[in-house]
Design a protein around this ligand. Structure first.
Ligand SMILES: CC(C)(COP(=O)(O)OP(=O)(O)OC[C@H]1O[C@@H](n2cnc3c(N)ncnc32)[C@H](O)[C@@H]1OP(=O)(O)O)[C@@H](O)C(=O)NCCC(=O)NCCS
Length: 163
């Protein structure tokens, strides 16, 4: 595989096809498109979605969502963080999070949050290395069909992403 320089750019609907083909295998393009459109209709002060590109191929996605309610408006949560299998461990998730932190930095955001299933050791290790600290464990916090698992909740100050 030829190694292209990785470029991080804001999500646009032209990325949906590559996400469906290369990253979320088996998820139809219309589903990728509608999931993101549902998030993005909130507007860029509330949600910012980025893609990591190697050439024209999307090799990573990450979306930052600002908390909605009074008292929590200084927090952004990173959701749907996925990097293609062949591109992991090279700092792509970290780069995408930096881009999102930069986007929100002027808007009064202080805390970046992320969460993952307690059994996802790869993600937990990567997030710790990025600077996230575990702040809680929500028993049965995740439910897929009727299967429950625990959710590890993590947070980091926005400054740690801004260099
Ligand atoms: C979790 C995931 C998004 C991380 O993406 P990534 O691009 O590999 O992460 P990064 O390379 O930016 O990792 C950040 C740091 O952790 C390190 N790291 C990554 N994987 C690691 C591992 N398995 N063990 C130890 N360190 C690891 C990286 O080297 C990097 O260190 P650096 O900042 O010193 O360079 C990716 O593994 C993934 O897509 N997993 C499948 C989907 C998933 O589980 N998503 C999370 C759902 S919340």
């Amino acid at each position: 595989m030829t190694k292209h320089e990785i470029i991080i750019e804001g999500y646009s609907h032209t990325h949906a096809k590559s996400i469906a083909e290369h990253l979320f295998e088996g998820v139809p393009e219309e589903v990728v498109r509608s999931q993101r459109e549902e998030l993005l209709t909130l507007g860029p002060d509330e949600v910012f979605s980025v893609c990591a590109l190697s050439g024209s191929q999307v090799v990573g996605v990450c979306t930052g969502v600002r908390m909605k309610w009074f008292g929590s408006r200084h927090r952004v949560e990173m959701v749907q963080v996925v990097v293609g299998e062949n591109h992991r461990g090279r700092g792509i998730a970290h780069q995408m999070m930096r881009k999102i932190a930069e986007h929100f930095s002027a808007g009064g955001i202080e805390i970046i949050q992320i969460s993952t299933e307690s059994g996802n050791e790869v993600a937990i290790k990567a997030y710790q290395k990025i600077g996230f600290i575990q702040i809680g464990l929500l028993k049965n916090g995740l439910k897929h069909d009727s299967e429950y698992s625990d959710e590890v909740m993590m947070a980091a100050p926005i400054e740690s992403f801004l260099i």
